[in-house]
Design a protein. Structure first.
Length: 122
């Protein structure tokens, strides 16, 4: 009989602490999007203790889904609002499509920076 223990836990030394190398179990449901993955990477690199705790207690996946959902809602609401304030109209799109694209790209970049500041790197 093979007596290997498949529940062996490995650790990585971070500073003076040993953090367990944990992996996310297969989670049913939705896939984590780009903003959720960004948040996960941030937690791994800058808050390994919090990341390990959330992973261990099963709160990481729901947290990442919530971050991703909130970021998408932010994009869906803020881009049109900021476009209206900046005068990005359908008329501009018809008359000068390159100017419209440039302004929309600028607005999207600003909103994505807000998402990174307010949701991802906090």
């Amino acid at each position: 009989m093979n007596n290997q223990n498949s529940n062996t836990l490995t650790y990585t030394k971070v500073g003076d602490y040993y953090i367990p190398d944990l992996t996310l179990d297969d989670q049913p449901g939705k896939e984590v999007g780009i903003y959720g993955r960004m948040r996960e990477q941030y937690l791994k690199e800058h808050h390994p203790g919090r990341y390990s705790y959330m992973l261990l207690y099963g709160t990481l996946y729901p947290h990442l889904l919530e971050i991703d959902k909130t970021a998408q809602e932010y994009l869906d609401t803020m881009i049109p609002r900021m476009g209206t304030v900046a005068g990005v109209t359908e008329e501009l799109k018809a008359c000068n499509p390159m100017a419209w694209i440039g302004r929309m790209n600028t607005i999207r970049a600003q909103v994505e920076e807000m998402i990174r500041t307010d949701l991802i790197y906090c």
